[in-house]
Design a protein around this ligand. Sequence first.
Ligand SMILES: [Zn+2]
Length: 415
Amino acid sequence: MARTFRTIFTGFLLTAALSLPIFAQSGDITYTIQVGDTLSEIALKYNVTIAELAAQNGISNPDLIFAGRTLTIPADGASTAETALQTQTYTVQPGDTLGIIAERFGVRTTRLAQTNNIADINLIEVGQVLVIPGNEPAKPVYPLPAPFTEISLSHNPIAQGETLLVQITLDTTATLTADFETRPVALTTTDGRHYWGLVGIHALSEIGVYSLAFRATLPDGTEAAVAQDVVVSAGDYATETIIPEPGRENLLAPDVIKSEAQKLALIWNRVTPEKQWRGTFGYPVTDPRITSNFGTRRSYGGGAVNGYHAGTDFGGNGDPIFAPAAGTVVLAEKLNVRGNAVLIDHGLGVYSGYWHQSQSVVHVGDHVERGDLIGYIGNTGLVTGPHLHWEMRVSGIAVDPLQWVTEDMEPSSGE
Ligand SMILES: [Zn+2]
C-alpha cells in the first residue's frame, strides 16, 4: 500500500505529543488470567508493555503467570513524560510491526505512535525512520524477598498426574523447606544456595490454583517466606471399566485393598536423601506396548467411577522387566492385589513399582542399575490378563511414568 515517507522532526513531535489528548487515567482496569494466556498477549490486548504489566503486578518472571490471578492493567497513556529528550531512532525492517518495535524498546505502542504522529498503527513501512521515545520512567522492580533470588517451575500450568520440577536459588546459604499446599516437598542442595525438588500432582486433583510455599531459615535464625502459585490443569484421561477374572472378586474387598495400600504407603512416603537416578528413565520393557494409560478414571466391577489408574500398563506375557533407572529394591514379595511386586527406591521420595509379575529375580536391599533384570511379566494379583503395571510415586503421589521417560527430572546442570 502506498504511503508517504515522512521526515521526523523532534521539535514537531514534542508539540504533537503534548497536544494529543491524554488517554484514560483510570488504573482500575483489571483482567483475570485465563489458562493459555501469555503476558505478551495480555499486554497487546491492553496496549501496554510486558514490562509495565509485570511491574504493575509484581511479576518477577513474565513467563510465569497463573490462570485465575487478577492483573491490574496500567493506565494507558498516563505517562506525561513527553518532554523527555527524544534522540534514538529506528528504521523499520521487513516483518516489523509497531507492536514488535515498541516491545523491543520497552515503550507502549500508543506512545510510539504518538511520538511519530502515526494515526493507524497498522500502517508503517519498511525503511520508515521512527523516533523512539527516550528517558522512559524507571521501571519499578518487585524482587523476591531476600534471600530468594529465583524460583523456577518446569511447568506452569501443570496437568493432573504430572511431576513438577522446582528449582530455587538463594543469594546466601540457608535452610530451605517447601510445602505444596499442606504436603512437604523433599528438597535437595549441594551448596545451600541452589535447591531443587519434585512435586507430584495427584491425578484427581481439582483444577485450580495451588500454593507452593517456601521458607528459608538463615544461619542467624532469620526466616523468610515466599509463596508461588501453581496452576493445575486437566489431564487428558479416559474412563474404563475393570472386570476381574472369575475367582478373584474377593480381592476387591475394601480391607484387602486398604491394608495393602497402607503397607506400600509406609514405604513410598519415606524420603531417602540420595538421588540414585540420572537423566531420563528408560522403559521397563524392550517392546513397550501400552495397554492402559496412567490416569484413566476407573470403575472396578462396572459401577460408578471409584478410582483411577495409578500406573502405565504394558502388554506381554513372560517378557523380561528391566529397571528403568538406578535404585535400591525396597519391596519384592507377593501381594494380594498387585501380585508379585517389586518396588524400587530411586531416592528423594521417588519410587517405581512393577506389579503382577510371574516371577521376580531381585530381593530387598539389592542395588539395581538401569537395564538390570528385575522379573518377568505375568498375571498375578488383581488383573484381567497378563501385563506389567508400571507405577511411579513422588513423595507418595502416583504420577505418570511416561513423563519420566521423556523429561529430565533434575536440574539441567545435573546438580
Ligand atoms: Zn495397571
